[in-house]
Design a binder for this molecule. Structure first.
Ligand SMILES: Nc1ncnc2c1ncn2[C@@H]1O[C@H](COP(=O)(O)OP(=O)(O)OP(=O)(O)O)[C@@H](O)[C@H]1O
Ligand SMILES: [Mg+2]
Length: 314
């Protein structure tokens, strides 16, 4: 077990409850997504794990040791990518990486080799001698992430690393997080309010709202647990009422209706009846097929009554 938070409570200024009996675990080699809207407590939880913030109640252990903010050895095993970019604008990318590498005790050939390896990972090998003030937002983000990876931490924590950047950099970051995750010993905690991202990279997800974990599990399990029936819509050129009954006769299909020229076909979640439906409807000339599958967004909506899109809670 890399991280274990047990009934953690944090109040800011003595009253605002930022963490409300928070329970969270990260195991070796796992990619854990922490998903929640603005102000949910993600950054507070991260600061508590890293030891930058004292909590009011509950316990936190990191690498099997109690986190009390005093243990510098613990800190050295963690790579923290902060929500705000914290690189030095006037130093070159290389100098930034060297600075952070030295902070973590690297030097000489080892430091040099790590800078080169990290630069490659974040896709900045050919821009190392430029200063970040000339970089795009996405490049700065990548450099910011690189600064946390030099010392090969066993636990990497990334606090919304893809906010406000171009889609290309975003994809780049997601791809290399997946690469990092392949190193069996590295655990990753990734916070975001972009559901698709969390869904794409996490082994397990915690959904946090108002300082409390309201659901956790694998993406698949969360969706299956929350999901009602699955609806497939098949639109045809020549619909026939009689076909409704023939479709209904297919095992696994629970309900069928014809609305205009679209058949609405209801099944249990995770069941595929597409082949059978296509075969049966081939003569009616299919013009469109769509599957309305639940996703994490639906899970969140069902649990909180709120939508969670790009951080905006409406
Ligand atoms: N230093 C602070 N002093 C007082 N209140 C704070 C402080 N930092 C955070 N809070 C409050 O604690 C709650 C949780 O904030 P936190 O920054 O952990 O949320 P978050 O999930 O990281 O949000 P975001 O997605 O916007 O980064 C919010 O209500 C916030 O206003
Ligand atoms: Mg935050």
């Amino acid at each position: 077990m890399i991280v274990r938070m047990n009934d953690v409570i944090k109040r800011y200024n003595g009253d605002r409850l930022a963490l409300d009996y928070l329970n969270l675990e990260i195991k070796k080699g796992e990619v854990v997504g922490l998903l929640g809207p603005n102000g949910a407590g993600k950054t507070t939880a991260i600061k508590a794990i890293v030891g930058l913030l004292a909590v009011d109640e509950g316990t936190i252990s990191v690498f099997g040791e109690k986190q009390n903010g005093q243990n510098r050895q613990l800190r050295r095993r963690i790579g923290l990518v902060t929500q705000d970019v914290t690189v030095y604008e006037d130093l070159s990318a290389y100098e930034n990486l060297r600075f952070f590498g030295k902070l973590y005790g690297l030097k000489g050939e080892q430091l040099k080799a790590r800078i080169e390896a990290v630069a490659k990972l974040i896709g900045l090998s050919d821009r190392l001698h430029e200063a970040p003030k000339r970089f795009s937002g996405g490049m700065k983000r990548r450099l910011n992430i690189g600064c946390a990876l030099l010392h090969e931490p066993e636990l990497i924590i990334m606090d919304e690393p893809t906010v406000g950047i171009d889609p290309q950099s975003r994809n780049y970051i997601l791809e290399f997080v997946k690469e990092l995750a392949k190193q069996a010993d590295t655990a990753i905690l990734y916070t975001s309010h972009y559901i698709e991202e969390v869904q794409a990279i996490s082994d397990r997800v915690y959904i946090i709202d108002q300082g409390h974990i309201i659901a956790h599990g694998t993406v698949k399990a969360l969706i299956e647990k929350m999901q009602g029936d699955q609806v497939m819509a098949i639109t045809v050129k020549h619909p026939a009422k009689a076909t409704v009954l023939t479709l209904k006769a297919i095992p696994d299909i629970k309900e069928v209706s014809l609305e205009g020229d679209t058949y609405q076909i209801v099944t249990e979640p995770g069941v595929s009846v597409l082949d059978k439906c296509l075969a049966l409807l081939a003569e009616q000339t299919i013009t469109d097929v769509s599957n309305q599958q639940a996703n994490l967004e639906d899970v969140f909506l069902m649990l909180t009554g709120k939508t969670l899109r790009d951080g905006a809670v409406d």
